[in-house]
Design a protein around this ligand. Structure first.
Ligand code: CP
Length: 305
């Protein structure tokens, strides 16, 4: 199945997700033997207007593993002609002459859609705006859950953190809503709770959900705890006790033995590193899956079948 652009989670159907997971498993085998599916004639552009470690490096590595080439700017607000006032649409039309796909992280919600509207080559949304989406992160998150929990139906997933601006949580909620008997918990300080558009979508899809302001009573219930950061500057009370939202050894003890803790990373203080060696700490495996899933996505953009 060929993709034109990757802009938001809603564009993926369940059969597309299953194909992506199959391709991802093939990519693991390709990487294990050093890489290549011979995209030596393909060039990918990384155009990042915001900082990134995982997304930028994993896309870059994915393209190299596939045998292709990469051109990039790591801080496009400073090192592209945006600083001279060039509009995104012009930048995209220019860069599309030099590459076969553009991976775009942009500060404005809807930036990836604006780019796709003028781009003759695929646009991959690597995160747009504060309340936008990060679909490739959600796809690697979903693959990780599928791999670790062996199913996507019947799962209980708790999202924890500043969820209103949490584009990874937003994108993953859209994907999880495609599966049967899923229960979602959104655990956040009130002023950073998940936005109504996601709740409206869940209601439309008959997905059960609950809002809360402490992780504690949900630890024993969930299959997946999806932790994210809570920037203090986002809180009305900047001295607020955030420990009810943090995970440490004591909280892990309350969780099921086959549950997992995820985090899109980077983390701050919300996951105590003492739990890193617990097999339920899945966040580094999750980040590693980013390479394989992004390789698979590139094949779905480039392959003709
Ligand atoms: N998870 C994620 O998007 O990380 P980066 O900001 O480092 O790319």
């Amino acid at each position: 199945m060929k993709l034109k652009h990757i802009l938001e989670s809603q564009q993926f159907t369940v059969p597309m997700l299953m194909e992506l997971f199959e391709r991802t498993n093939q990519m693991k085998k390709i990487v294990a033997r050093g890489g290549t599916r011979d995209y030596h004639n393909k060039i990918m552009c990384n155009l990042f207007y915001q900082p990134s470690t995982r997304t930028r490096f994993s896309f870059e590595s994915a393209m190299h593993r596939l045998g292709g080439s990469v051109i990039s700017t790591e801080q496009a607000t400073e090192f592209s002609s945006e600083i001279k006032g060039e509009m995104l649409e012009d930048t995209i039309q220019i860069i599309s002459n030099y590459c076969d796909a553009i991976v775009l992280r942009h500060g404005e919600e809807g930036g990836a859609k604006r780019a796709a509207a003028v781009s003759p080559v695929p646009i991959i949304n690597a995160g747009d705006g504060s309340g936008g989406q990060h679909p490739t992160q959600a796809l690697l998150d979903l693959y990780t859950i599928f791999n670790e929990c062996h199913s996507l139906d019947g799962l209980s997933v708790a999202f924890v953190g500043a969820l209103d601006y949490g584009r990874t949580a937003r994108s993953l909620a859209y994907l999880l809503s495609k599966f049967e008997r899923v229960k979602l918990y959104f655990i956040a300080p009130e002023e950073t709770q998940i936005k109504q558009d996601i709740l409206d979508h869940l209601e439309e899809k008959n997905v059960s959900y609950e809002l809360a302001n402490s992780t504690q009573s949900f630890l024993s219930k969930v299959n997946v705890l999806y932790q994210t950061r809570i920037p203090r500057e986002r809180l009305l009370n900047q001295d607020m006790d955030l420990s009810p939202f943090y995970i440490d050894s004591a909280s892990l003890q309350k969780m099921k033995s086959d549950s997992i803790v995820m985090h899109p990373l980077p983390r701050s203080v919300e996951i105590n590193p003492v739990i890193d060696t617990d097999p339920r700490a899945a966040y580094f495996r999750q980040a590693q899956n980013g390479l394989f899933v992004r390789m698979a996505l590139l094949t779905m953009l480039f392959d003709t079948d």
